[in-house]
Write a protein that binds this ligand. Sequence first.
Ligand code: HPA
Length: 275
Amino acid sequence: MTRPLVDPSPAAQVLASRLDGVPDVMLVLGSGLGPLADAVDDPTVVPFQDLPGFPPPGVEGHAGRWVHGRLEGRPVLVQQGRYHLYEGHSPDVVALPVRTARALGADTLIVTNAAGGIREDLGPGSLVMLDDHLNLQFRSPLTGPVREGEVRFPDMTEAYDRRLMAVAEAAASSEGIELSRGVYAAVPGPAYETPAEIRMLEGMGADVVGMSTVPEVLAARASGMRCLGFSLVTNPAAGRVPEPLDHADVMEVGRTAGVTLERLLRAVLRALPPA
Ligand code: HPA
């Protein structure tokens, strides 16, 4: 079945009409990290339901709204809550917020997510800057006709911007925040992985695992946005500890360690060079 592609322009028009400025940075908040949106100064809030093509969001802990304003003086457009493939959304819908923000003028994408820690040293609460990723969802928002402003075959050698990564590492160290680098494996979900799958992912070079982020980064790279990604490790990956995985724990760690991530993001925004 071919689904009709969602055109981001009607949504971008409505969103632009509701905002009093143009963002240069788009910030996507992952599971449990939503409270960061409350830190935005002079916020304008636009629920996803107000935008054509945006389905109502479904997952617990995902509010589903835009928060536009300033963080550390920088104009930001925060996506609070996201669409996931596991909810049955197409990759096109998952990437719609990024394309909408791009249409509004955002040139930098900062994505955050909750992830399971595969690498031994990445316990709950660890912050990992994405160095690279593995698209094990095997789906892409770039299939089908090439969208306006996007390229057919985007280069993914440096999916995550090296210069911004260096800025983020300097910001982390000046804040005394421990920040590792790692490879993010994006899986379809929604079941957590089996221990055998985690061993397979480890063999493939993955350090953390999650169910999001890659579709958004693909759309962003296709239109030339600079990307920076952070995983907050909420749990040891399956089989690393005897206890089963529980979504409630994922949310709880997001809430507590999210405070450190907020401090890091603020420091990154202060130091972010223009695109
Ligand atoms: N696996 C996949 N996605 C996740 C995990 C995990 O262990 N933790 C948070 N999101």
